[in-house]
Design a protein. Structure first.
Length: 344
């Protein structure tokens, strides 16, 4: 979707006045069972404290926001309304479009984001460039308690950093209009070739994780791990280790970075294909799959089949290929994080 598909003034007016727009009913969702998403020593909590770092969310870059939202619904998620992202004007003027908007599927632990272009800004151009390689996953965001400190740490570690950003987006809450606010530390695009890899601090937890958006018909309740396919796993693993300040541990398939919540898996094309032969690798690097915790694999399978989602069930996991509207790659649905194929 190019910026010419939008009237810039209309989008900005929508972002300021209406935020995420009207609510819609939660689609018959049931609360996830009250069992741990993560196994110790991982932390089963929404936001980090101290020097903890969590896998907070990932993002699909898409061309058609409405089609992507419908695809999420077919897969059994209950996406929140569309939201247009803005930055505050340092001179006190109206908020400025960042260049992207989003749709989210919020979970009790982490969330899934759909990003689309709204304007010809640097972020909007980055989305275009990423999608020229392939549509799908191009963003991984890590949550920390203090993004400013993480920003300084990245600079001290030799990364080319961008200025710290105070980002916000208007949202509709149960009590009226509200604001979701974040502090984001980003590096220059060539510093992390795998995508928009960033660190953030949430400043408005209650606004972002509203209870009415946390329950999904497929039973999804937690973002688990992220699998990234690269040409040189050793080089990428060491770079991600420096980015996250966590160790890269050798595994049979490549490397695993154990965060305080979630893991990053770095592997070669051959290792990825051996593990997930149903999937193709369109280009390198490729963010190819992510794990999602569900309350019941049987319920998840039923909802996915009902929505016409291509899937393969292999014992305690479901590999479900993304619909074309969400790009290339797959969800790995499990009841326990230990069942993910790369954790064996």
């Amino acid at each position: 979707m190019t910026s010419t598909a939008y009237d810039r003034r209309f989008i900005l007016k929508q972002a300021i006045a209406l935020g995420a727009l009207a609510t819609h009913p939660i689609l018959g969702a049931q609360a996830a069972e009250s069992k741990p998403v993560f196994l110790r020593p991982e932390i089963d909590r929404q936001l980090p404290s101290g020097d903890e770092i969590f896998l907070d969310h990932i993002a699909h870059f898409v061309s058609d926001r409405d089609a992507a939202s419908r695809a999420m619904t077919r897969a059994g998620f209950a996406p929140a309304p569309i939201s247009i992202q803005v930055n505050p004007d340092p001179n006190g003027g109206p908020p400025r479009l960042t260049g992207t908007g989003n749709v989210t599927a919020m979970m009790t632990r982490g969330y899934i984001e759909i990003l689309f272009k709204t304007a010809d800004t640097p972020l909007g151009h980055e989305l275009d460039t990423a999608m020229a390689r392939y549509a799908g996953l191009h963003l991984a965001a890590f949550a920390v308690a203090d993004a400013a400190s993480a920003h300084q740490r990245l600079a001290n570690s030799g990364f080319k950093v961008r200025p710290l950003v105070q980002m916000q987006r208007p949202v509709e809450t149960a009590n009226g209009s509200g604001t979701a606010a974040f502090t984001v530390a980003r590096v220059e695009p060539d510093a992390m070739a795998e995508g928009r890899i960033q660190i953030l601090t949430h400043r408005t937890e209650d606004t972002v994780w509203q209870p009415r958006w946390l329950h999904h018909p497929n039973g999804a309740h937690g973002l688990l791990d992220l699998a990234i396919v690269v040409a040189d796993p050793n080089e990428a693993a060491q770079r991600f280790a420096k980015f996250t300040a966590r160790s890269a541990n050798p595994r049979a398939f490549g490397y695993a970075l154990q965060l305080d919540r979630g893991q990053i898996e770095i592997m070669s094309r051959d290792a990825f294909k051996a593990m997930l032969p149903e999937l193709s690798v369109p280009d390198l690097p490729f963010i190819g799959a992510y794990g999602v915790a569900v309350a019941s694999l049987d319920v998840a399978e039923s909802k996915l089949r009902e929505g016409g989602i291509e899937l393969h069930r292999k014992g305690p996991i479901i590999v479900a290929r993304f619909p074309l509207e969400l790009g290339q790659g797959a969800w790995i649905f499990v009841e326990q994080a230990s069942d993910l194929p790369w954790r064996h």
